[in-house]
Every structure is written in structure tokens, then in C-alpha cells.
Design a protein around this ligand. Structure first.
Ligand SMILES: Nc1ncnc2c1ncn2[C@@H]1O[C@H](COP(=O)(O)OP(=O)(O)OP(=O)(O)O)[C@@H](O)[C@H]1O
Ligand SMILES: [Mg+2]
Length: 199
């Protein structure tokens, strides 16, 4: 796949998810919650990372609320302030103030004492633009998640568990994986659950 084809695939998949109605988005968020809230890996995680839905992404906020209510430690990603194109993870507590980053996406404030290393998270819910049933992921094109979790490829670690979340309309038959792309351990959509075989 050429860079141009990749860019045009991103554009059409982003358009598809943004075209979902409010009703479809709400139904998808409920379906996602029902698919995940009682799964053992989700319930038993001590440290869970979420994201705040943007650009038509499937909304994990019901799961976020459930995890907070259960007393699980919840984290949100934050763009690395030094322009390293990596993510930092900061603890979020109910009622914390959020602020917009340079892309207009809400983030927690960077407080050193609330920050944890990415490798100490148990489960990370990962937004995506496109995916295939083999766990390959197409993101927004900056490589943030790939860089942040590159240690998963190097050390063959199983932690944190990377769970891609998507609308089913974001699935494609097959995505060509580039050398730096990190595969998802699972992908959950509003209608299906994909658990690719580990390589
Ligand atoms: N571990 C890494 N080290 C150095 N560069 C990287 C790494 N991971 C990704 N990149 C670079 O980041 C750029 C974007 O990567 P890619 O197209 O895979 O983004 P993406 O997965 O769609 O985005 P994102 O993860 O932010 O949602 C690529 O040019 C790639 O070379
Ligand atoms: Mg990638």
C-alpha cells in the first residue's frame, strides 16, 4: 500500500465514523459497554487506560464511568510535552479538570505524581481509524501509540493488554502492517470481538 493509498483509506474511514448519527453513536457506546464491562480482563485490571472519544471514535465513556465507580485506577493519555510524538499516561479521578491539547482534544493536566510508566498499565483501550481481524491497526497517522508501546514488540511482553476499540464500519479485509506498527491483542467493536492469534 502506498502512502497515498494509506492516506486516502484514513480519510474515507474517518469520514465513515463521523457520518454515524448521534443515535448510532449512543447505541454503539452501550453495545461496547455491554461487550466489555464484565469481561474478566477488564474487571480484574488494576490500572486501565481510556481515551476521550473524538472525530467519531467509538465512545468508551460508559466503561470509564463503570471502572471509576468500581475503584479501578483509570488513566488518560496526554501528548508528550517535548514533541516526542509519544503519549504519557496520567491518573484521572472523578471531577478532575481537563484541558485542550494542540489538536483540540481534552487531556488531563500533567502532574508528575499522577503519571505512571506505560508498561505498568494492565489494559489500554486504544482508539483507531481502521483495523482488520488479525489485530492490525491504522491510527491517525502520527505513530503515537506505536511509539509509546514499541516495548511490546521488543520484549514480547503481554502487558499491557492492548485492546483496540472501533465501530464495525472501520474494519477492512486486511491492513498491511509496517515494521513499526504494534498489533492489538484484541479488537472490540459494537458488534464483534476479535481475538487474533499471537504471532
Ligand atoms: N517506534 C517508532 N519509532 C520511530 N518512528 C515511529 C515509530 N512508530 C511509528 N513511527 C513513525 O510514525 C509515523 C506514523 O506511523 P503510522 O502511520 O503507523 O501512524 P498510526 O499508527 O496511524 O498513528 P497513531 O499510532 O498515532 O494513531 C511513521 O512515519 C513511522 O515511521
Ligand atoms: Mg501505525
Amino acid at each position: 500500500m502506498t502512502p497515498h493509498e494509506r492516506a486516502s483509506l484514513r480519510k474515507s474511514l474517518r469520514h465513515a465514523r463521523r457520518s454515524l448519527s448521534l443515535r448510532e453513536q449512543n447505541d454503539a457506546a452501550v453495545a461496547l459497554h455491554n461487550a466489555l464491562a464484565d469481561q474478566r480482563f477488564f474487571r480484574s485490571a488494576k490500572r486501565l487506560a481510556f481515551y476521550l472519544a473524538n472525530d467519531g471514535e467509538i465512545d468508551p465513556s460508559l466503561l470509564f464511568a463503570a471502572a471509576l465507580a468500581r475503584g479501578q485506577e483509570c488513566f488518560l493519555p496526554l501528548l508528550h510535552p517535548c514533541g516526542e510524538n509519544r503519549l504519557l499516561f496520567v491518573r484521572y479521578r472523578q471531577g478532575d479538570r481537563l484541558q485542550r491539547n494542540r489538536w483540540g482534544i481534552l487531556e488531563p493536566r500533567l502532574q508528575a505524581r499522577r503519571r505512571v510508566p506505560a508498561r505498568t498499565l494492565d489494559v489500554v483501550l486504544v482508539p483507531l481509524v481502521g483495523f482488520d481481524a488479525q489485530g492490525n491497526r491504522l491510527g491517525m497517522g502520527k505513530g503515537f501509540y506505536d511509539r509509546t508501546f514499541s516495548f511490546r514488540a521488543a520484549a514480547r511482553r503481554q502487558r499491557p493488554l492492548l485492546v483496540g476499540l472501533a465501530h464495525e464500519c472501520q474494519r477492512v479485509e486486511s491492513l498491511e502492517r509496517q515494521a513499526w506498527d504494534i498489533r492489538m491483542d484484541r479488537i472490540v467493536s459494537d458488534t464483534a470481538n476479535y481475538q487474533p492469534q499471537p504471532i
